[in-house]
Design a protein around this ligand. Structure first.
Ligand code: 13P
Length: 250
């Protein structure tokens, strides 16, 4: 079991607009009165300032979807951890499968991104997960352990400060969800790997992601090593996201 209290994080991916974000965020805030889990939204970088302004002083934290592996300099298009800090960013997703797949991010790059985030006081949400072919080949454990091992290797004793998200690639945006048993099985493997690296593995929240919705959140969140969720599509509708925050507040 990770840090007490669930952590629910919306990943907007490449969705939103100035006009649409404002009512979405205010509807979420207005519905959070009886929510007692930790919550954040990871918005596209151009909307960080808007999110910072609208969420200042609220119980909903601001997150980013990526961070540069470099500190500063000639890296056109990159956004540094220090820049994210300027917008009160608390969390940065690193190594999302869409970044690994479409931007060629390796385990080593992901590990350095996590390191940059930690150095700037931002909690990296490190994503790991197997493809369908890897699951069918019986490689799930080996894949997620390899992905997490790179981050442990690079970040040493700071590893207790990260958040891990288990996102089976075959469950992302597909409507296919890992069963609670499948999720718990992988989460337990990741917890054991963290325990071998730090005495504070119980502080690490391990989130599940992949077609999580208001209907399946309750049983997934009931698993002993599922400490929260990383939610894509269902975080784009205030009522759905709020249902999931409430499911995590029991
Ligand atoms: P969906 O919830 O849309 O399946 O996306 C999951 C995800 O990738 C969150 O990072």
């Amino acid at each position: 079991m990770g840090m007490s209290g669930k952590l629910m994080v919306g990943n907007w991916k490449m969705n939103g607009s100035l006009a649409a974000n404002a009512p979405l965020l205010s509807d979420i805030l207005n519905g959070m009165g009886d929510v007692n889990c930790r919550a954040a939204v990871c918005v596209p970088a151009p909307y960080l300032a808007q999110a910072q302004n609208l969420l200042a002083g609220s119980a909903l934290d601001v997150g980013a979807q990526d961070v540069s592996a470099h500190e500063s300099g000639a890296y056109t298009g990159d956004v540094s951890a220090a820049m994210l800090r300027d917008f009160a960013v608390r969390f940065a997703i690193v190594g999302h499968s869409e970044r690994r797949q479409y931007h060629g991010e390796t385990d080593a790059v992901v590990a350095h991104k996590a390191q940059r985030a930690l150095a700037a006081g931002i909690t990296p949400i490190v994503c790991v997960g197997e493809s369908l072919a890897e699951r069918e080949a019986g490689q799930t454990e080996a894949v997620v352990k390899r992905q997490l091992a790179a981050v442990i290797h690079t970040n040493g004793h700071c590893i207790s400060e990260i958040v891990v998200a288990y996102e089976p690639v075959w469950a992302i945006g597909t409507g296919l969800t890992a069963t609670p048993e499948q999720a718990q099985g992988v989460h337990a493997v990741l917890r054991a790997q963290l325990q071998a690296a730090t005495a504070h593995a119980d502080r690490v929240s391990i989130l599940y992601g992949g077609s999580m919705n208001a209907a399946n959140a309750v049983v997934l969140l009931a698993q002993p090593d599922v400490d929260g969720g990383l939610i894509g599509g269902a975080s784009l509708k205030a009522s759905d996201f709020l249902s999931m925050l409430k499911a995590a507040s029991r």
